[in-house]
Design a protein around this ligand. Sequence first.
Ligand code: E4P
Length: 218
Amino acid sequence: MKFFIDTANLNDIAEAQALGVLDGVTTNPSLMAKEGITGAENILAHYQKICDLVDGDVSAEVISTDFEGMVSEGEKLAALHPQIVVKLPLIADGIKACKYFSDKGIRTNVTLVFSAGQALLAAKAGATYVSPFIGRLDDISTDGLNLIAEIRQIYDNYAFDTQILAASVRHTMHVIDCAKLGSDVMTGPLSSIKGLLKHPLTDIGLAKFLEDYKKGNQ
Ligand code: E4P
């Protein structure tokens, strides 16, 4: 399973990259705003900085909600850097734009996916990635992980190439459960990745090893 980090924060991206397990980055307009990145030029410059920091795919989301606007924005984003994946919302014009980009060989990430039917549409339109938001489904007492399982089954039934990118991952158990369910990718905050390191027996065991070493090597 690929690990993407879901942030526009350069320090967090650099820390995950330094760990050696990062495969890419996802951003969205809210995450960019959180970092204070505003204005078309600054936004493009920030994507460039992210691409310089990591080796993998970097999802950059369009703001337009009409086909022509999405195509024009997406083409600018894709031209910025070969690592850029154009992120499109799952609305009718987003699906049309996904098909347009897919036919042109430009990679896409269809976002704001909350049902198996939406994921099926995105795959039919040739999406590179589909982003089901599991945390936001959990927030409204719906089983987000079940959506990952449903999409996995549908994509496997028809051998769709679209990769399932479990999004809105909130914590370490989401990461583990997505891996069990065969999600191709997960995107979450740095804490969801670093949380995988933690086990008290590892800390206790290491402390004991070091203590025993010191006894014999004074
Ligand atoms: C997906 O790519 C989104 O950026 C993201 O995962 C949304 O997560 P949130 O529900 O924690 O905002």
